[in-house]
Design a binder for this molecule. Structure first.
Ligand code: GLC
Ligand code: CA
Length: 586
């Protein structure tokens, strides 16, 4: 045969090859797009407090290059995304939550080029970067506020919440407009002598609230969001989002009373108000719908909803949480934090967890909950759930709830190695202003912000200089290097749980059904998908326990992961030691 005769055959063969390649590419693209679109549904998100993660330029303060330096560690742990607490320029009245420039990186944390490198290096490892989005307030040093306070006729005046005092005269400032309180103590109103009015601040005096009735404020934040999308971020964690609006009538809030009817005095010595005029106003939903629409329309958001909105949403009940997802037509957050399960619960109580996890399963309209037990505002897990004896075992139980109940999971740097809350012992050492004001009733948040414990060298490998907060003395035994080397460490427990969440279809996607629902000490549930069933059993007591889950079936489970538990012969007899955990495939 000559070459010409072969031609049609070669043509046909290459056509078939191309068609095959094309269809496999198409399948691949469909898979990729599902992965891209829904990446957050079963995501594992890691919160980094940048000041305390890793110092690379020897000033005692963590920085962005320090995060980049540890991406392989985070990859090894198995996370999908990092949320970085604010790393923008800030006078640090609230350690970064008072932002003076939303479109830059604070010099002590690095540069925008460092940020871009972090995003690029993270991407190589399939890790997404999320920024903190503080929309309720700015720093009092932000140019908008400096303009706003300069005169009553300044174009930025109505970017903030200014009001006259009560009974003001030419010589006296009068009283604050009402009884509203700052979260950080005392009146939420601050007198400003230049224009003789008060401004409102839900948080520190140095954090004036923005006026969200002003459309220009909305546009400003959409631009900020777009700025960070251009720098490759995957989404945002919206700070203090429930406090965006205040009741325009400025009516007093009611006081909170104890069961005898006496007004509760809080740690700052103020009569505690109920927050009804300053939190959860319905306009918050409107703003989030508007922000979400702007985010979804951004070009890099190839599939609506790929860019992730996480909300700091301390909600009173599951109905309030359900509302924050919005509707399919008007979505708000993909993942408003479920603070009910892990942050409002302060003891290891099977009945409470059973109730709250069941609510998250049934009452969120099928949306995934974002489970979270720890962050930079709350004492670490040891202080809220530990007993001082079984802390690591208790943390195995907590992390099992975190990673094997249905939903996305958020945890805080250092949890994976069992870092412990280490509050200051002397008032003069306190860095968080609220801890100074409320000392000793409340010591502030320094205790949960201590440097990451990397190894047993000086300053736990965090910095060669004196760290901004002292390194806890336990770093010689509690540190990442030691735990990576020990197959039975908490670090490896976290790693295995995350791997299970990512690779086992039932754990990734299955329904969450409670078992043995009257057991007061042991929480058991199953995860059930089309491809399989996984049972999870957590002993929440310091006593050995035996449970009978035969109602769920009579096969012998295959052990996937366990701690202080035997390999059961059947579901009718699962034996657990104190705080034991058993996870098995049916
Ligand atoms: C959020 C932050 C907290 C901060 C406050 C004011 O609650 O998590 O750290 O102090 O908002 O921005
Ligand atoms: Ca540094």
């Amino acid at each position: 045969m000559n070459r010409t005769a072969l031609r049609p055959l070669i043509f046909a063969m290459s056509f078939i090859a191309m068609a095959l390649l094309g269809s496999s590419l198409q399948a691949q693209t469909a898979q990729d797009s599902a992965h891209l679109k829904d990446w957050w549904k079963n995501a594992v998100i890691y919160e980094i407090y940048p000041r305390s993660f890793q110092d690379t330029n020897n000033d005692g303060i963590g920085d962005l290059n320090g995060i980049t330096a540890h991406l392989d560690y985070l990859k090894e742990l198995g996370i999908d995304a990092i949320w970085i607490a604010p790393c923008y320029p800030s006078p640090l009245a609230d350690f970064g939550y008072d932002i003076s420039d939303y479109e830059n990186i604070a010099p002590e944390y690095g540069t925008l080029a460092d940020f871009d490198r972090l995003v690029a290096e993270a991407k190589k490892r399939n890790i997404r970067i999320m920024m903190d989005m503080v929309m309720n307030h700015t720093s009092d040093q932000h140019k908008w506020f400096l303009e706003s306070k300069s005169s009553k006729t300044n174009p930025y005046r109505d970017w903030y919440v200014w009001r006259d005092g009560k009974g003001e005269t030419a010589t006296s400032q009068g009283e604050p407009p009402n009884n509203w309180l700052s979260e950080f103590g005392h009146s939420a109103w601050q007198w400003d002598p230049t224009t003789r009015q008060y401004y409102y601040h839900k948080f520190y005096i140095q954090q004036p609230d923005l006026n969200w009735d002003n459309p220009k404020v909305h546009e400003a934040f959409k631009n900020i969001m777009r700025f960070w999308y251009k720098h490759g971020v995957a989404g945002f964690r919206f700070d203090a989002i429930t406090t965006l609006f205040e009741d325009p009538t400025l009516a007093d809030e009611d006081y909170v009373r104890d069961k005898d009817g006496n007004i509760i005095i809080n740690a700052a010595g103020d009569k505690q108000t109920d927050g009804k005029k300053t939190e959860f106003l319905p306009q918050v939903d409107d703003v989030m719908q508007e922000m979400r629409a702007a985010s979804d329309a951004y070009p890099s958001n190839k599939f609506p909803g790929t860019h992730l909105f996480v909300g700091e949403t301390y909600v009173p009940n599951i109905a309030a949480l359900a509302k924050l997802y919005g509707t399919p037509q008007k979505p708000e957050f993909q993942l408003p934090m479920d603070t009910q399960i892990g942050l409002e619960t302060h003891k290891l109580d099977a009945a409470i967890f059973r109730k709250k996890i069941t609510e998250a399963e049934n009452d969120l309209n099928g949306n995934p909950p974002l489970i979270v037990f720890d962050n930079h505002d709350n004492p670490r897990l040891d202080a809220r759930f530990g007993d001082g004896v079984h802390d690591n075992d208790i943390q195995r139980v907590i992390s099992t709830l975190l990673f094997t109940t249905r939903g996305a999971a958020l945890f805080y740097y250092g949890d994976e190695i069992g870092m412990k809350t280490t509050p200051p012992t002397r008032k003069e050492d306190v860095k968080d202003p609220v801890g100074i004001l409320m000392w000793p009733k409340y010591k502030g948040r320094d205790g949960e912000r201590t440097p990451m414990q990397w190894d047993d060298s000086k300053n736990a490998g965090f910095s060669n200089a004196t760290p901004w907060l002292p390194v806890p003395a336990n770093y010689t035994t509690i540190n990442a290097k030691a735990e990576e080397a020990d197959p039975n460490s908490l670090f490896h427990w976290y790693q295995k749980l995350i791997a299970l969440k990512k690779t086992n279809d039932a754990v990734a996607n299955g329904e969450n059904i409670m078992l043995d629902v009257n057991n007061p000490g042991v929480l058991s549930w199953e995860r059930k998908s089309a491809t399989g069933v996984v049972v999870v059993v957590c002993n929440m007591t310091a006593d050995a326990q035996t449970v009978d889950l035969s109602a769920a079936g009579n096969s012998a489970p295959k052990t996937l992961l366990k701690a202080h538990a035997a390999d059961p012969q059947s579901l009718s007899k699962i034996e657990l030691g104190p705080y034991g955990v058993y996870i098995g495939q049916l």
